[in-house]
Design a protein around this ligand. Structure first.
Ligand code: SF4
Ligand code: SF4
Length: 371
């Protein structure tokens, strides 16, 4: 008896992909050129051709928890090659976005981060929490004398609240993330079964390999079309990592050592280099999104808000430092804005485009049987 293939078409899903930039979806003629040109696509079970097919047929169940979406680095090689101008790189980006929304827990936070109408709420929540902390500490008025942020902003209370919120968000997020892991494992098992490839199954990827790949961007560097974008990504990633480490050092200093640190403190120097890398990298990415639409495709609100928040975070951090050394009258306001941006970028991270870091790392680790 012949097998009957049942396709579950979800029209709402097709509309959603289109609204997130995958508009010319139906133009795809399944030639496979995109999969051939993609340097990151495995020989067996390649992407993105099959994702294009699934997306145009509205096969949501195939695309939610599809691990290959996270192996794509949106380099644009496939879009530059596509004879129909379909922009598969953008379609994959839209599919990743839908995956964020699907797995986010609580989901409303991911919705807030992806729609401009919620922007005032997204900004107001951390701003009000910080103001509440100032009010509780009784330090609402601007202090006299040389700028000393700790006089206005009670660091132990701020750091304590921040750390508690990060933990709460991560605990809430873990629920959705477990579903993501379960689906990735399930899809991966199905693929391995279908491939019957012992060679691939025998190759084990160790954790250090994943870490090395992420830190050195070894996969990203295989991309051909947008080489400068790879450099931009390296700058943003390393700059942010450096700033995160410096923030941890600063928190330790607040608790146990001297604070504020002087200009020549190694952590301060690292922070300045990190800030510079972050500003340069985000500016390059913004330039790409503005002037290389041919290569990168249309950008969504989530793409823009992520980049702009990152840029503002880096710029406000640098201004906060200058304002302290220069005793600017606006110093406390600048620092307040910087704190709000830190909270927006870090606390909302799993619900914004930043979440791709968590998902990609998880997929690379979970797919250790694959390469
Ligand atoms: S997206 Fe473009 S390159 Fe890829 S299969 Fe469709 S038509 Fe071919
Ligand atoms: S954007 Fe780059 S990594 Fe992603 S599918 Fe296209 S060629 Fe492959």
């Amino acid at each position: 008896m012949e097998d009957v293939i049942q396709i579950k078409t979800d029209k709402r899903f097709i509309r959603q992909v289109k609204s997130l930039g995958g508009n010319p979806l139906k133009e795809c003629m399944q030639c496979g050129a995109c999969s051939v040109v993609c340097k990151l696509s495995p020989e067996e079970n390649p992407f993105p051709r099959k994702e294009m097919l699934w997306a145009s047929w509205g096969m949501k169940d195939k695309l939610i928890g599809d691990p290959d979406l996270w192996l794509c680095h949106q380099c644009g090689d496939c879009s530059a090659t596509c004879p129909r101008g379909v922009q598969p790189a953008t379609v994959l980006s839209a599919l990743r976005h839908i995956n964020y929304l699907e797995y986010a827990s609580p989901r409303f936070l991911a919705v807030w981060l992806s729609k401009p109408v919620y922007l005032p709420l997204v900004v107001a929540i951390p701003a009000l929490i910080i103001l509440l902390i100032l009010w509780m500490a009784g330090t609402v008025s601007v202090p006299d004398g040389p700028v000393d942020y700790s006089k206005l902003f009670p660091h132990p209370l701020l750091n304590g609240t921040f750390a508690t919120l990060v933990i709460l968000v991560l605990v809430a997020y873990w629920k959705g993330f477990r579903r993501f892991k379960r689906d990735i494992r399930k899809n991966q098992r199905a693929k391995i079964k279908g491939q019957k490839s012992k060679k691939n199954n025998q190759k084990r990827i160790r954790f250090f390999y994943q870490l090395k790949e992420i830190l050195l961007h070894t996969q990203f560097r295989k991309c051909q079309t947008n080489r400068l974008r790879t450099l931009a990504h390296i700058l943003v990633f390393s700059g942010f990592l450096l700033l995160l480490l410096v923030t941890l050092v600063a928190i330790v200093n607040v608790l146990f050592f001297e604070y504020p640190m002087n200009f020549w403190h190694p952590a301060k120097i690292a922070g300045n280099l990190g800030g510079l890398a972050l500003v340069t990298g985000t500016m390059m990415m913004i330039w790409y999104r503005l002037f290389r639409k041919d290569a990168i495709g249309p950008s969504t609100y989530a793409d823009w808000s992520f980049l702009i928040f990152l840029l503002l975070l880096a710029v406000s951090g640098i201004l906060t430092e200058w304002a302290r050394f220069g005793n600017w009258s606006a110093a406390y306001v600048i620092y307040f804005i910087h704190l709000v941006l830190v909270w927006i970028v870090i606390i909302y991270a799993p619900y914004s485009k930043f979440g791709h870091l968590l998902y990609r790392l998880a997929v690379l680790i979970l797919l250790k049987d694959r390469r």
